[in-house]
Design a protein around this ligand. Structure first.
Ligand code: UD1
Length: 418
């Protein structure tokens, strides 16, 4: 297992290119199961979670191969296995995204329950209730969801809580249903809209994706298609914070500022200069950021996936602020590690109260989830002295070459075997 050794204090300078969105790549690859035709995806990020879903698709009998560095060709004609095993689902919850497509096309599926994970219980009850509403018979046996259905029948489904992968699973299931499905209080994330774009290119009839009401008129079959995955707004936001926290100036290329509005506005409120440009944004950090309150919300609110990174910036900001996590329980695993670097943070329930300090000091740290790890890397970039960030397989699950990209901007960061 590798770790990162980081010497803090270098302002980041230069240009960085943002990869395709992890959270779009995963459902779009799962959508390949809905058709016998070839799906060509461009701008696929090379990261751990993508490798995991490709492994799962291969396990089911789909053929997937990389074409060049960032294109994947996927053909699910030869699917012969309808089971997503525990070993794959436990490493990545998003594996549950194969449930809707498998049921829609093959009428049965067996998918391991994801179980608990570091950031709260994260159940899939809304996925299952929605699939049942579309006509699936579902039982839970030995830790697996076992489901079968004649053909899905369109229905009106209301989500008690907005769920990103829940919306995606049901949208894929309903694409091949008989009749029309209405998803109410659906997740509005750009990744949901990107999935609908691909599905529509495959012949689906989906309207309203990206809003809270999605209408899906079912069709008999879907065909192959080619699609370019949207840029990763969380990776782009992470680099924006990296520029801000190191008082650097970075051109973040190939991102869509419209998808990052809440993060951009919050960073500007904190005194960070951000200019939108044709192919991305230019970010310039102030001498010292100002403390600003943050509350995470579903899109278009401030993304929970940016909360830990924003907290890293707030630990060295001028003043004090509150950061409230309202999407997930237990998403403050980075706090104890930031404290070890000299941060001043107190957690009460779902709110962290952060008092900015003049400087952080380097320390050995590790984290138990993806974005928490990113926040420790950001803190290390500005800390005085040397930090080592362990367990970086979490980072590698969700960021493409984060260390190399940071190094290209002048960060003193090295990957070494643990
Ligand atoms: C997705 C993202 C993840 C992001 C999260 C919230 C992917 C692959 N992952 O995760 O990076 O942090 O959205 O933006 O896209 N819930 C239920 N029952 C369910 C489903 C969800 O109660 O059946 C709750 C969850 O516990 C959570 C909230 O709904 O409190 C939102 O979760 P959800 O949007 O489903 O997260 P994911 O789709 O797993």
């Amino acid at each position: 297992m590798d770790k990162l050794v980081i010497h803090g204090g270098k302002p980041l300078q230069g240009e960085v290119r943002i990869s395709g969105a992890k959270n779009a790549a995963l459902p779009l690859l799962a959508a390949g199961l809905l058709s016998e035709g070839e799906i060509r995806l461009e701008n696929v990020p090379r990261l751990g979670d993508v490798r995991t879903i490709l492994k799962l698709l291969a396990h089911l009998g789909a053929e997937a191969r990389w074409e060049g560095t960032e294109e994947v060709s996927l053909c699910a004609k030869g699917v012969h296995c309808l089971e997503a095993p525990y070993e794959l689902v436990k490493t990545m919850r998003a594996s549950v995204l194969v449930l809707g497509p498998l049921l829609a096309r093959f009428r049965q599926a067996r998918v391991s329950l994801p179980g608990g994970c570091a950031i709260g219980p994260r159940p899939i009850n809304l996925h299952l209730a929605g699939l049942a509403k579309l006509g699936a018979e579902i039982s839970l046996e030995e830790g697996y969801v076992e489901a079968k259905v004649g053909r899905f029948k369109g229905a009106r489904i209301y989500f008690d809580t907005q769920s990103v992968t829940g919306t995606e699973n049901l949208m894929m299931a309903a694409a091949l249903a008989q009749g029309t499905t209405f998803l109410e209080n659906a997740a509005c994330e750009p990744e949901v809209a990107d999935l609908a774009d691909l599905l529509n290119k495959m012949g689906a009839r989906i309207e309203g994706a990206g809003t809270a009401t999605i209408t899906i008129e079912g069709v008999e079959a879907l065909r192959g298609a080619r699609h370019r995955i949207i840029p990763d707004r969380i990776e782009a936001g992470t680099f924006a914070v990296a520029a801000a926290i190191t008082r650097g100036e970075v051109q973040i290329r190939d991102c869509l500022p419209d998808h990052m509005e809440a993060v951009i506005l919050k960073l500007q409120e904190a005194g960070v200069e951000i200019h939108k440009e044709d192919a991305g944004v230019r970010v310039k950090g102030p001498d010292r950021a100002k403390a600003v309150d943050v509350r995470t919300q579903p899109y278009p609110g401030f993304a929970t996936d940016m909360q830990a990174q924003m907290m890293a910036l707030m630990t060295v900001a001028e003043g004090h602020c509150s950061i409230t996590e309202s999407v997930f329980e237990n998403r403050f695993m980075h706090v104890n590690e930031l404290l070890r670097m000299g941060a001043d943070i107190r957690v009460a329930g779902s709110t962290a109260f952060v008092r900015g300090v003049e400087r952080l000091s380097g320390a050995p740290v590790m984290a138990t989830d993806l974005r928490a790890s990113a926040s420790l890397v950001l803190a290390a970039l500005v800390a005085q002295g040397t930090s080592t960030v362990s367990r970086i397989y979490h980072l590698d699950r969700g960021y493409e070459a984060l260390d190399r990209k940071l190094a290209s901007l002048g960060a003193e960061i090295e990957r070494v075997p643990e």
